[in-house]
Ligand binder design. Structure first.
Ligand SMILES: Cc1cc2nc3c(=O)[nH]c(=O)nc-3n(C[C@H](O)[C@H](O)[C@H](O)COP(=O)(O)O)c2cc1C
Length: 319
């Protein structure tokens, strides 16, 4: 299928920079879009509800100003991640702001909802939905999403356990909508690999933690530079949903990564003055694809580097 009009002629690389709690700041989103990849952030990164609209207004204005003075450059559309779950008491408010601001791309997580999708479609927006298995994928398709984000083994934050080869090829036996492949993609060769498999986009998170504009603390960025795939621990312990985290932050929280308590016993394990460490704040999320990360560049430089790697990988396999 051809990509929807909002993406056409507006990308320098087929990449969606994924939304990351705390990490994805408006500055990061703006730099990603200016560099020609889709920049996104969770609505909840506006820590107060009334901050959210000003964030969107700023992103829209800075991108419009940049496009006006750089008419020949692709400036990508931006996106917002909404957590569609009963525990998110901001959903109704944030959805309403997205509708009024006509956010071009909405990424829904946890729940695929026809009501939400219809509201986005009514103004011409596009909805992609996170899935970790075929059951979730079929449900999201039946609700009317425009595309799927298979969150595969090794992805940062909440992640599935399926191989990307398995899930993308199985999806393509019956699904021709947009696929943005997620999980441990960190460079241009990985982007080309995702497309070769049948995806339309690579969906990249952890690599952008270690950039100048990310909202991660300096120690977090440095840990991503120093860590490798072996330093990533997959556990449901901290949120109830299996996710990938940086091992040193689990150790710093006083836990043994090889002998983590079971989730169902956690109230006992963490009782009495030793509260359960908080995911994202104390225990830092990260995917397995960070073995190639050796620096903390400006986002514009990182995207230019990825584009060169992508071209190089294409040349190598076509030679
Ligand atoms: C620190 C961190 C926070 C994340 N927060 C969110 C979030 O708030 N909403 C969401 O849909 N996905 C979130 N994710 C998952 C990413 O959007 C994406 O699926 C993942 O980063 C892709 O895998 P990669 O990190 O290996 O590139 C988070 C990932 C990380 C590493």
């Amino acid at each position: 299928m051809s990509l929807p009009a909002i993406f056409q002629g507006r990308l320098s690389l087929p990449v969606i920079a994924s939304p990351m709690f705390i990490v994805s700041t408006p500055e990061l989103v703006i730099e990603q879009c200016k560099a020609g990849i889709v920049g996104t952030m969770p609505s909840l990164n506006a820590r107060e509800a009334d901050q959210f609209k000003p964030y969107l207004v700023r992103i829209k204005q800075e991108l419009a100003d940049y496009a006006a003075v750089n008419p020949g450059k692709p400036v990508a559309p931006y996106g917002i991640n909404l957590i569609v779950h009963k525990t998110n008491n901001r959903l109704e408010h944030d959805l309403e702001v997205c509708v009024r601001q006509k956010v071009p791309l909405i990424i829904t997580s946890l729940g695929a909802s026809k009501t939400v999708i219809d509201k986005i479609h009514a103004y011409g927006g596009i909805v992609l939905h996170d899935v970790v298995n075929m059951r979730h994928a079929r449900k999201a398709i039946s609700e009317g999403v425009d595309g799927l984000i298979p969150v595969c083994a090794g992805a940062g934050g909440h992640a599935g356990a399926l191989s990307p080869f398995a899930i993308v090829r199985e999806l393509r036996t019956f699904y021709s909508g947009i696929i943005a492949l997620s999980g441990a993609i960190s460079d241009g060769a990985g982007v080309l690999g995702a497309l070769a498999m049948g995806a339309d986009f690579a969906y990249i998170g952890s690599r952008f933690i270690a950039t100048q504009e990310s909202g991660a603390k300096p120690e977090y960025k440095q840990m991503v530079v120093e860590a490798n795939a072996a330093d990533i621990i997959y556990t449901p312990l901290f949120t109830g949903v299996p996710a990938n985290y940086l091992r040193p932050t689990i150790v710093n929280a006083g836990l043994d990564p090889e002998n983590l308590p079971h989730r169902e016993k956690d109230t006992m394990s963490f009782a009495e003055g030793n509260p359960r460490p908080k995911a994202w704040r104390d225990v830092w999320g990260c995917g397995q694809g960070i073995g190639t990360v050796t620096d903390i560049p400006a986002t514009a430089d990182l995207v230019a580097r990825m584009a060169a790697q992508y071209a190089e990988a294409k040349k190598r396999i076509c030679a």
